[in-house]
Design a protein around this ligand. Sequence first.
Ligand code: SD4
Length: 340
Amino acid sequence: MDRRKFINLGGLGVTSFTLSSFVPQQNIKGPLVVSTWDAGIAANAGAWTILGSGGKALDAVEKGVMVTEDEMNCCVGLGANPDRDGFVTLDASIMDHEFNCGSVAFLERIKHPISVARRVMEKTPHVMLVGEGAQQFALEQGFKLESGELSKDAKNAYKNWLKNSEYKPVINIERKNAISQLDPNKMAPHKLATGEWNHDTIGMIALDSFGNLSGSCTTSGAGFKMRGRIGDSPVIGAGLYVDNEVGAVVATGQGEDVIRVAGSSAVVEQMRQGKSPTEACKIIVERINRIKKEKAKDIQICFIAINKKGEFGAYSLHKGFNYAVHNKEGNKLYESTSLD
Ligand code: SD4
């Protein structure tokens, strides 16, 4: 138990959580919610207001990631880093237990892309809307057009970036040791002591007390990306996949390389063949590692997974990935096992 710490997050509506790298006891079935990165602690608390009182996984995964999207001082929604032309463009997806799914990509000036993705799923015959069309649909659905002004942090980051204007897709990897630098008393839990963000995405998967699975994912993608770039998060099968007979999976990290292997769907297929959530995530991370060869050192890839039995797991290419798990025992942050 040497690495176990308790941190008080009273200000976030979370009484306490455990930071642990130990493989957890997994004898509890549901309800259960798992989400990526340390921002997942606050997001899980949001999801638990639904799951903990017998609500549906689909409602929980929407409400949970809205907590993160709401934070202007964050890396996921409208407060995030812009693309290289100075505009924040957002991607999101959602999937339920009956293969219903919806997503939006390259969406601008809308605060809750996850809720627009849900409307795409529920109110249109389509799965994915992008750009202007996605924004037009959001406005028709009553979403408000926000100002489009960058947050203070994003303005500073963009000003710095413009000095060299160099696009280096090094998602997450420079942010190793995130856990040891956390200071929840001083800042949002996903911010490092350096003021850097340690991710651009929140992905969430949940199992409700009816035994149904759902998942969601919302992101600003990669900071300073090319205008129009879309990552894995809104691509069903890549950033997110749910098969209610098998399990639910969400990805974070270098989206291009998750898309290449249809990552989340590939992890689900491993679970279908009997692999545990952690083993299934590991197999697909290893596959990406083989494909990327020596370039694998420049990227981060992470998956979280839940199976139908309520077992959960995660695996990442490099150290530094953490994920939050909320079940009846509480809301805990775990360090993922990784290839290095
Ligand atoms: C993307 N997968 O757009 C996202 C980025 C990410 O933490 O996960 N950042 O490629």
